[in-house]
Design a protein around this ligand. Sequence first.
Ligand code: NA7
Length: 536
Amino acid sequence: SQMNQDLDYDVLIIGAGLSGIYSTYRMRQLNLRAKVLEAGSGVGGTWFWNRYPGARFDSESYSYNFSFSQEVLDEWNWSEHFASQPETLRYCEFLCDKFDLRRDMQFNTRVVSAHFQDSSNSWRLTDEQGRTYTSRFLVTCIGILNNYTMPNIPGVTNFQGEACHTARWPQEPVSFENKRVAIIGTGATGIQTIQEITKDVGHLTVFQRTPNWSLPLRNGPISTEEMNEIRSRYPEIFRKCLETWSCFMHVSDPRDTLQVSPEEREAFWEELYEQRGFAKWLGNFGNINTNKEANALFSEFVANKIRSRVNDPVTAETLIPKCHGFGTKRVPLESGYFEAYNQPNVRLVDVKSNPIECITETGIRTRDESFDFDMIIYATGFDAVTGSFTAIDFQGVNGVKLADRWAEGPRTFLGLFVESFPNMMMVMGPHQMFGNIPRSIEYAVGWVSRFIEFCRDHGITFAETSRQKVLDWTEHVHTCADGLLANDVDSWMTGVNKNLAHKQKRIIARYQGPAPGYRKLAEDVAMRGYRDLKLA
Ligand code: NA7
C-alpha cells in the first residue's frame, strides 16, 4: 500500500489538533505511512494551548464531538452541555489512546518550512531543529486560530510583573487572589476569562476597546441518565447538524423580523434568550444577519438585557456595542459576565475614550491615568485563518511562495487546494466552511482521505488545482458572502487584526454559504472522478 519507498512517508500532517487526530485515524485505516508533526508537547491543538481560566466551547458538547466511531460515542460521556477546555483536551487524548494514534505523531516539532520538490512530486518539510521529512502528500491541520497576537502597544516587554497571553497560558494553576490584575481584550476569550477570574481576583481592571454583543450560554451539568438519553439521539443530532447552515443544531427562523408584530417578536426573543448556546443567534430570524433594520431591533433587545443586568448605567452603556450590530462579529456566549461589573473590585476602562499609551514596568498608562498591576492578561486575539499559513514558509512549484499567492487575500479551490501547491490539502483552510468546527473538520478530513485513497489506487503522484477552478471558487465564496452585514465589520472573520500592519484590509476569509451547499459542490468534484483537478 506504500506510495513511494524513496520518501519518508506517504502523508505528512502538520498539527495534532482535532483535524490532525482524525486525519491520522483515516491514514491508519488506509494503511498509509503517515506522520504528524506537532509543535506542542501533546495533542489537542486549540485545546492544548488555550488553557486560560474559563476556556470552553460554545457548541453543544454532543454536537462538537466526532461522529465517525460508534465505539467512541458509546464510551465517551460529556459532563456539561458546553464542556470546558480540560474536558475537551481529555476527549482529544481519549481518541489518541483508544486508536493508539500517538505512535504516528511526533511532538515538540515545529515545522518552519514546507517546500514542494518539483523533481520528485513530493513535499519536504523542515522543523525548527533543522530536521527534514519527505512525503508524497501534505495535509495541513494547523487550525484557524493558532498564531496569537500581542497588542501593538509600546512597552509590552517592560512590564516586570506576571504577564501572559491567554493562548499560552501555563499548565500550572495560576492564583488571582489578592492580586491586582489587568486584562486587555473583550472578545470571546476575554469574556470567558473575566467572568471566571472575577470569582476570586483581588482586583480586576478590564481594558475594553470594542464591546461585544454577548448572550447567556446557559450551561449546565449532564447527568448519567441525560447523557444516555443524548446518546440515543446522536443519529438525530448529527443529521440535524448536516442539514443546518453552519453545522450547529439550531435552525434559523425563516420569518422576516420586520413582518412579525412587535409583541410576537418580543415574546419569541424572550423565549430564545432562555435557550442554550447559539440558539439566540442561529435560531433567530435569518434576516437579522442581512437586514440593518431587523438587526437593529434585535441589537436593541440585547442592549436592554445588558442594561437590566449592569447596575451602573455608565458602565452598562460602555458595555453595549455602538458601532456594529448583533452577530456581525462572532457572538461570545457568557455566564455572569455582565454581573461581574457589579462587583466593587471590578473596573471597566474604555480605551476608545481613554487610550492606552504604553505598558510600563509596573502597569499600564492611559492618556488619563496610571495603573499598577501584579499581572497583565493579554486576550488580544489571533492572526486568524491565514496566519497559521504565513507562520510557515510554504513554497510550491518553482519555489512560488504561498504568501505571494495570497497577497491580495486567500485564493483556493474548495478551501482545500491552492494553485501551484500540488499534493497539498488544507483542513480548515481559508474559504472552507467553519461554523461548528468539528463537523466541518470531519467532512474535510473525510474528503481529503477519500482523495488520497483514490490517488493511491490509481497511481496518481501529482494533483493540482487549475487557476480557473481557483478563480471560480474564489468568486463563488465572494458571491456567498454578498449582503451579509458581518462582512462590513472589522474582525478576525474578515481577516482584520489591527495589531498587524499587513492585516488592516478586509478579506473574505471563510465560506459563508450553507454548509450543505458546500458539501454538495465538494461531493460533485469527487463524483466526477476528481477531474476538476490536474492529475498525473
Ligand atoms: P478576538 O475576538 O479577536 O478579540 C480580541 C480582543 O482584544 C478584542 O476585544 C480586541 O479589541 C482586543 N484588542 C486587540 N488588540 C488590542 C489593543 N492593541 N488594544 C486594546 N484592545 C485590543 O480574539 P479572542 O481570542 O477573544 O477570540 C477569538 C476566537 O476564538 C473567538 O471568536 C472564538 O471563535 C474562539 P477590538 O475588537 O480589536 O477593538
